[in-house]
Design a protein around this ligand. Sequence first.
Ligand code: DON
Length: 558
Amino acid sequence: MTSTPLKFFFIALLILNSAHAAAKPGKHAVASAHPLATEAGLEILAAGGNAFDAAVAVAATLAVVEPFGSGIGGGGFFLLHDADKNKDVMIDARETAPLAANENMYLDDSGNVKPGLSKEGPLAAGIPGIPAALQHLAKKYGSKPLTETLAPAIRHAKEGFDVTERYRFLTQYRLELLRRYPETAAIFLDKNEIPETGYKIIQTDLGTTLDTIATKGAKGFYKGELAKKLVEGTNAAGGIWQSKDLSKYKVIERSPVKSEYRGMEITTAPLPSSGGIVLSTILSILQNYDLTKLSNGEYTHLIVEAMRRAYRDRAEYLGDSDFVEVPVKRLLSPYYAAGLAAGIRTDKATPSTALPGAANIQAGSDTTHFSVMDKQGNRVAATLSINFPFGSGFIPPGTGVLLNNEMDDFAAKPGVPNGYGLVAGKDNPNAIQPGKRMLSSMTPTFLEYKDRVAVLGTPGGSRIITMVLLATLNFHSGGNATQMVSRPRFHHQFLPDQIGYEPKAFNQNTKLELQLLGHKLVESSREYGNMQVIVWDKKQKALSAASDPRGEGLAKIQ
Ligand code: DON
């Protein structure tokens, strides 16, 4: 029998826990990659909107003021937590392959991948999902009409926003492509050159397109006049879109991946993003080790070996599960992770070529994330993308809609790396099929203890998952929002077989330890990622938010 003092202790604990469960943040928080987008979200929250209304405003504003990162011509994943219903759901607004697409569309007659075709111009573009997502969020979860939540984005499109250093840097990266399309060059360049900081980017056509979505909803984009312009413009420049590609596009509500790491609940992205499965696999492997008594080198080694194995499985098994069979249950099982952990040597790096599935494989910022929490405790973690900076570079004339180059996230051929060096195994679960969604790495995530919650995510292509992983481990060891976004980063993705790391990630000792274990180290030329985090500490009754110091974003509590 439990003694009386112990009973009191347990009852007090129960009361405390249920108090935490019922607690509300009492304030709003928004963290995004651009101050104007954060302000747009706060404007809607101040006017009585909820986190989902704010998400519409932030996503649409980012589409205008971060044209290199995400957009109306792109897609993404919105992870939602409805506080009243205590329910989590993922809105999958990933682009789809056009119905006229096929597995060999980027191959030449000898079966080799034609460089560029999946990255530049109209043939690189999947069917956009963002307009459908905005309407879905507004209608099913929001409390305000699109005419109100899209107003800030429309204002910034028509009145213009200022070019920043980051804008200039990313323009530089795709300058030749932007110059190739006069419509694009006229909007994003200044007389065909990179604009100076402070130059105003005005997007009149995009403003009109957003107006149409605001008044007519998603059908204003996917059907009628605008859809006709999108299809005709795309095809006149060599694309393969049909009106039914647009009219059939639908967002899909999916159950998030749920996993557990030493008492922390993780809610994250399901397929067609690989993010949730890869993140959960890495954490699940790491649970087999005591990470607290290791040197930096030993600690990094184990994390890298777990990354290597989870990314190998990505290549071998992951694709759009509406089209291919994926053994999700097995991959997420702790027994499976224990098997992977058993193959790790603590004294030696495993060459990736020694893992099954690697034999057929040749060796071979931009996107955006925002996090919102409202005073009721509703949350949104959204990672949105047009893939490379400025996507395909192509705008169907008269629409202002910069199309994505997300088709490059498919594996054009087994074993051939895509733009992020990611490969697929010989059965290619990520092969192109009409209407299929390309595999993503976007990983919007919630982390939860009884008394602490984090909302996070970042852009960064294949490195997204390892960035979210490192922030997750940081949160687990008590890190706050600022520490989570600032932590130096390292990455391994199975192939190429190397540890990529930020200049400040390792000291000399750690580098030496890793080299002695057999790892190849490659320092990245610059820091990477642009993480946006909100942390709600229920015990301390404190809400905090942080925007990655590597970017130009803004995190704000109101
Ligand atoms: O869905 C994906 O995984 C990629 N299209 C994301 C691209 C990205 O994050 C680019 N950022 N630097």
